[in-house]
Every structure is written in C-alpha cells, then in structure tokens.
Ligand binder design. Structure first.
Ligand SMILES: NC(=O)C1=CN([C@@H]2O[C@H](COP(=O)(O)OP(=O)(O)OC[C@H]3O[C@@H](n4cnc5c(N)ncnc54)[C@H](O)[C@@H]3O)[C@@H](O)[C@H]2O)C=CC1
Ligand SMILES: O=C(O)[C@H](O)CS(=O)(=O)O
Length: 482
C-alpha cells in the first residue's frame, strides 16, 4: 500500500543512531482495512541489550551537555514534529485507526510535552539548605537518573512517547523506547525527526518487537537501566513492577482506569452530555481516562439518558481517514470481544439496551457506539475497564451514594462530575479517591498538569514539573570542616 509519507515511514528500528534491520520481521496492519502498512524488524533480547548499551554509552556526554543545548535540541524536535504534523497524523490514523482529527489533536498534545520540557530543561535546579553546624554546608543536587526504558501503549502512539521521552531527555537521560507492536511506525517517525533535530546517537533508541515480554525482561532487569516508565494495562504494569524489583529500579506506572462520570440533578444537562460524549467516546473509548461508568442522579436520569442516546446515535463510525468519521475501528478483535462480553453480561443481568449493542455493519473491528440503561454494580462493567465505545448508565439517589459508587473500585485514575452548587462541588471533589478529577469538564489532559493515578491505576505523574522529577535523583552533599 503506498503511503503519502515515504520519508517518515522508516521500516527499521533505531539503535545507537543507526537504522537497524533484522531478518525476522513482523507486519503492522491498518485496523480499519486489515491491510499491511509495513513489515518491520522483530528484535530480540540481544538487540534490546544493544540498545541499552548504546544509551549507556551516550549518557555521560548527554548529561554533561549544557541544559540550554539540550533545551535547544528538544525545541528543534518540537518544531519538526509540528512541521510534519499532517504526515504524523495520517500515519497514526493508518496504524491505530483513530479519526484524523483526533490524530491531529494527538500530534498537538504530544508535541506540547516536547515544547514544555524544552523549556523546563533549563530549570532543573538543586538547592542549598540551612546547615546543622557552623562548619558545615548542605547542598542538594538534582541529577539525571540514568538510562530510561519507556514501554508505551498503542492507543496514543505519539503522545505516550513524547510524554515520557521529553522530560527524560530534558533531565539529561538517554531513552530506550519499546513501542506497542500494533503501532510502532509513529515511534519510528518520531525517532527520524529526533535524528533530524540533531539528537546525538544513542540518546534515543527504538526497539521494535512483536513479542514484548522478551524485550521487557531485558529492560526491567538490566542493571544499566535505572528507570522504567510504563503506560498500559494494570496486569502488565504489575508484572513489570515485579521484574523491576530485582534491581530496585525506579518505576512510573500509568495503568488502567475505571472512570466514573457523575451527573447531579443541578448539572447543566446539555453540557454534561457533551462532556460525556467527549470523555466516553474519544479514541472509540480506548483511553485510560475514558468514562467507564456513568452515574446519573435519579431525578434527571430519564432526561439525561434521552439526550445522551440522541447524541450517541449521531456518532459516525468509519475509516478514520474519511471526512466526518468520529468513531474509528477498535484496535483488534480481542477489544471487540471484550465490549461484547460486557454488553452481554449487563443485558443478561437486567440492563436495558438503549442504542447500539452490536458489531457495526462495516465489519472488521468496527463497533456500534452503545448506551445501556439500568446498569447495576452486579455487572462486570461496574468493575472492569471496557476500553471501548460502551456507555453504561447507572442510577443513584444521594451525593453520598454517588461518591461511594464512584470509589468502589481498585482503580483511581480519572473521575468526572457535573454539578452547579459550589458546596456540592467541594464535597464531591474532596470525596473522590482519584489522581485526577474533572469538574464540569469531559477532557482533562494537558502537559501543564500532573497526569496519573492512585491505587492500582499507577505510580508517579507525567506532565507538569512533576513529570520531570520522575527522571531525576537527589544527591545530598554535606561539606564540613569549614
Ligand atoms: N494509564 C494510562 O495512561 C494508560 C493505560 N492504558 C491501559 O492499557 C490497557 C490497554 O492498552 P494496551 O496497550 O493493550 O496495554 P498492554 O498493557 O497490553 O500493553 C502496553 C504496552 O506494554 C507492552 N507489553 C505487554 N506485555 C508486556 C510484557 N510482558 N513486557 C513488556 N512489555 C509488555 C505492549 O507491547 C505495549 O507496548 C488498558 O487497560 C488501558 O487502561 C493504556 C493507555 C494509557
Ligand atoms: O493513554 C491514555 O489513555 C492517555 O494517557 C490518555 S490522555 O493523556 O491522552 O488523555
């Protein structure tokens, strides 16, 4: 299949500043059509160790490089990402399936992390503290942690890479990226632009593989890797965290969610519906911060449900390259099966189908945006992340009941609620056990804020100045004898 972006589609891995081929290759396919987009190197543990070695060799010079120079290189990378935004967006839609408008949005969102950390690179500061003796001085240095391994998911093929690599590079760390096997092409395009920006060989490496466990084993156990930053499912995160224990690696984990979207009886219903559409159906429901459960107060339940169903029925499903499409295919047949399992279980336990509910007539992994009513805590969808275009609507009576329902999960990533009364807003905002809470807003992600979860949704934060601290270590120096 000819792609209108040959210069940015490089079917090779990127290690030590060299484009790396391999005999064993695996196919990257378009989830909307099943067509093969490219065959790329299927690397192994030895290749992963070579990438780690390249990163370690590049680290001394990269950490010694003046912060202003690192900042300038990141800024150039940002400028190239923006300049190639349309090509990157098209590549993302081809390999991940999201609508082109969402891909363009992701380019802007992902680029914003490079822009932000190009600025922050110049502000990685230490401190001096009041000492414990007249003859002593206390110095605190903030130093780069070392070689970073970034393992990223398929749902944001660009932004999840820049959200990890930009702060790591800004802090003075080299990076080995293991992108999702479903969406490696965008990662390789980013590596090409980083090379064009002038990033030195070995500072950024991309290891592509169809079998992630073999690569992950190296990245989580090699003592030369000092930090693992993972975004993906909670089960895989737990596995990687356990593997990191052997060498006591610092780890950041952005894991699964089970986001509640609470609509109180004093909410602006039209605004709440728009917020629910944005939060639930972004990327066809395939984001960790997508609403997973809609909790609606009894007095406005029917009115909200009617408005929501009307908007859901308007959502156009199709190939993300087509004009007007707002719902692309799911990433693979397993994702479709999970949505169907949640729908079947809910209907089998008394839920009511309001709209959708079936695979889309387009076939493949296209699925009808679906709304279920009368959903209860007895159903799988109350406990498990669907990661698809399913909006299950629960009913509640009191504020206390809504907060209790929202918190009844091992996850704690994002929560949303719509209300007007300021007392209610403060009470609910403080009662929700989540790393991120959106009030009268359906989309909360920005490079300016600390993104991350509590409980089994993860460890650490990405974005904001907190995101850079994840890639530094403090060194306390006590100077005596003065
Ligand atoms: N908190 C967050 O920001 C995000 C969380 N997720 C969660 O991830 C899930 C869906 O995304 P997926 O990519 O399917 O998650 P996943 O956990 O299956 O895969 C994520 C990444 O981990 C890699 N991986 C899988 N098994 C591995 C292993 N044993 N060793 C090393 N690497 C391994 C994959 O190749 C991919 O690169 C959902 O639960 C979703 O909530 C996804 C994106 C963002
Ligand atoms: O992978 C994800 O789901 C992202 O973290 C969500 S967001 O940051 O793009 O909103």
């Amino acid at each position: 299949m000819s792609l209108a972006l040959p210069d940015l589609l490089i079917p090779k891995a990127y290690i030590g500043g060299q484009w790396h081929d391999a005999e064993r290759r695996f196919a990257v396919t378009n989830p909307a059509t099943g067509q093969t987009l490219a065959e790329i190197p299927d690397l192994n543990a030895d290749d992963a160790r070579a990438a780690v070695a390249s990163a370690e060799a590049a680290w001394p010079a990269w950490r010694k490089r003046p912060a202003k120079e690192r900042a300038a290189l990141l800024r150039r990378w940002y400028e190239l990402i923006v300049a190639h935004g349309d090509e990157l967006a098209r590549l993302m839609t081809l390999e991940q399936g999201k609508p082109l408008a969402e891909s363009k949005g992701e380019v802007g969102y992902g680029a914003s992390f490079v822009e932000y950390y190009a600025e922050e690179a110049k502000r990685v500061a230490g401190e001096t503290l009041p000492s414990h003796g007249a003859d002593k001085r206390i110095l605190v240095f903030r130093e780069p942690i070392g070689v970073v391994a970034a393992i990223t998911p398929w749902n944001f093929p660009l932004a999840m890479i820049t959200r990890k690599c930009a702060p790591a590079l800004a802090a003075g760390c080299p990076v080995v990226i293991k992108p999702a096997e479903a969406t490696p092409l965008t990662a390789l395009a980013l590596a090409k632009l980083a090379e064009d920006a002038g990033l030195p060989a070995g500072v950024l490496n991309v290891v592509t593989a169809s079998q992630p466990a073999e690569i992950g084993e190296v990245l989580t156990t090699d003592p030369r890797v000092r930090k693992v930053s993972f975004t993906g499912s909670t089960p895989v995160g737990k596995k990687l965290l356990a593997q990191c224990a052997g060498t006591v690696k610092k780890a950041s984990m952005e894991l699964g969610g089970n986001a509640p979207f609470i609509v109180f009886d004093d909410a602006d219903l039209d605004a709440a519906v728009e917020g629910a559409i944005a939060s639930k159906f972004r990327n066809s429901g395939q984001t960790c911060v997508c609403t997973n459960r809609l909790l609606v107060q009894a007095g406005i339940y029917d009115a909200f449900l009617e408005k929501l169903a009307k908007r859901v029925r308007e959502l156009k499903v199709g190939n993300g390259l087509e004009d007007g499409v707002v719902q692309g295919p799911l990433i693979n047949p397993a994702a479709v099966a999970k949505v169907q399992a949640h729908i079947g279980d809910a209907l089998g336990n008394g839920a009511r189908l309001v709209c959708g509910g079936e695979p889309h007539a387009l076939g493949g992994t296209f699925f009808q945006p679906t709304v279920l009513a009368d959903v209860t805590d007895a159903m799988q969808v109350a406990r498990e992340e669907t990661f698809g275009p399913l909006a299950p609507v629960f009913r509640f009576e009191s504020d206390e009941q809504a907060i209790a329902m929202a918190n009844a999960t091992e996850f704690g990533l994002a929560a949303y609620f719509y209300a007007s009364d300021y007392r209610r807003i403060w009470h609910v905002m403080e009662g929700l056990e989540y790393g991120m809470v959106a009030v009268n807003e359906g989309i909360l992600s920005t490079e300016l804020a600390p993104f991350g979860g509590i409980k089994e949704s993860g460890l650490g934060r990405e974005g904001s100045r907190h995101g850079l601290d994840e890639f530094t270590e403090l060194k306390y120096v006590c100077v005596g004898g003065l």
